[in-house]
Design a protein around this ligand. Structure first.
Ligand code: GAL
Length: 372
């Protein structure tokens, strides 16, 4: 999507929303029975500011809804579950009409969302599914399983595994175990890589065994922290890569982990070039896109968070208007209590050669920011 079209799309989006929300909020609230009839407050609960993407997500959605005439409460919870629960409680007490929640721990929000339901407030799970509660009405995200599948397929292609190349030394990582997405990312990748691990073409010198359903948690990094991933990679290299043994490939589920892993490799003397390990990523964080330009990371799975914000803004408006909320997947995401109607957006692989066409021409980054 070209930059101009993208800008036009957002403006058009805001105008459409503005046209509907301003005039209809009072009427539709009574009809749709959602929240306090007079309010047009939308509560936006984001997990943290310390992981780059959430700043973009929050700002974009907040801007769209404000332009459309909604009042918003945009809150960040510093990756602290209790803080997020308190923030959501405040939004309920402020008579929010709709809550948009990117949860920190998808299993911890049952009680507070029951309060939301009692107040007839609709809830949209943003990017990460909220589990173990009937009180989540919709889910909007990217195709999380496909994110992992794209990372796995990238490794297979780049290493020539289909042509029988190998063995290669692989180190797998997974995301935060309290994040429902982490399982989908990992399973998407592992379903592609597992046959090569079983055939011995991919070897895991650190001995991490990924057999059972929950084994991905043995390689998960809590809170998606770069520094924790760096320390874990240091440990693995110190313990299992002696006598000249080299890391060849690292399955990193996202960019914040990939950054820590690259820093660990650098501190152990790895330099970009022929022997440098192939590292995957996700989110197209700025520092990581620069690492890709510097051959310190091989790819990232870009999720254009603006499109997620656009979709969620539309869902909010449909809820407020009492209209039909658009979803495109009513099967995949069972949160343990019910299948949550979902809207999935497409993730895209970005490598060094298409940074300009995908990230700059679409307006996600300016050429200036990437030194292009
Ligand atoms: C996931 C999200 C990813 C990544 C990660 C860490 O839930 O889908 O895009 O950002 O959290 O924030």
């Amino acid at each position: 999507m070209s930059k101009n079209f993208r800008v036009l799309a957002s403006v058009a989006m805001a105008a459409t929303l503005a046209a509907t929300s301003a005039c209809s909020s009072t009427r539709d609230a009574e009809e749709s029975g959602s929240g306090d009839s007079g309010s047009n407050l939308v509560g936006i609960a984001m997990p943290t500011r310390s992981l780059e993407r959430w700043n973009n997500d929050g700002a974009h959605l907040d801007g769209l809804l404000k332009t459309a005439g909604y009042t918003t409460s945009l809150q960040y919870a510093d990756n602290k579950v209790d803080q997020q629960i308190t923030q959501i409680e405040n939004m309920i007490n402020q008579n929010a009409k709709v809550l948009v929640v990117a949860s920190i721990d998808g299993t911890a929000l049952g009680p507070v969302l029951e309060k939301a339901a009692n107040a007839k407030i609709k809830v949209i799970a943003y990017d990460r599914l909220i589990n173990a509660t009937p009180n989540v009405d919709y889910y909007a995200t990217f195709d999380n399983y496909l994110v992992g599948k794209l990372q796995g397929e990238f490794i297979v292609d780049k290493l020539g595994l289909k042509d029988g190349k190998g063995p290669f030394n692989l180190e797998p990582f997974a995301g935060s175990s309290d994040d429902n997405n982490a399982k989908f990312f990992f399973n998407g990748a592992w379903d592609v890589l597992k046959p090569y691990v079983e055939s011995g073409k991919l070897v895991i010198p650190s001995g991490k065994k990924i057999a059972g359903e929950e084994d991905w948690k043995t390689v998960s990094i809590t809170g998606w922290k770069s520094e924790t991933a760096q320390a874990e990679m240091d440990n693995r290299i110190n313990s299992f890569y002696t006598g000249g043994k080299k890391v060849n490939v690292v399955l990193s589920p996202n960019d914040s982990l990939a950054l820590g892993i690259a820093q660990s490799l650098e501190s152990k003397g790895y330099k970009p070039g022929a022997d440098y390990p192939l590292i995957t990523g996700q989110d197209a964080d700025l520092a990581n896109v620069k690492n890709i330009q510097a051959d310190k990371q091989a790819m990232t799975v870009w999720k254009d968070t603006r499109t997620l914000g656009d979709q969620v803004a539309k869902m909010v408006d449909s809820i407020v208007k009492g209209g039909t909320v658009e979803t495109n997947d009513d099967k995949t995401y069972n949160n343990g209590n019910k299948v949550v109607p979902s809207y999935l957006l497409p993730p895209v692989v970005v490598v060094k050669d298409d940074i300009k066409t995908k990230l700059v021409d679409s307006g996600f980054y300016t050429a200036d920011k990437l030194g292009l």
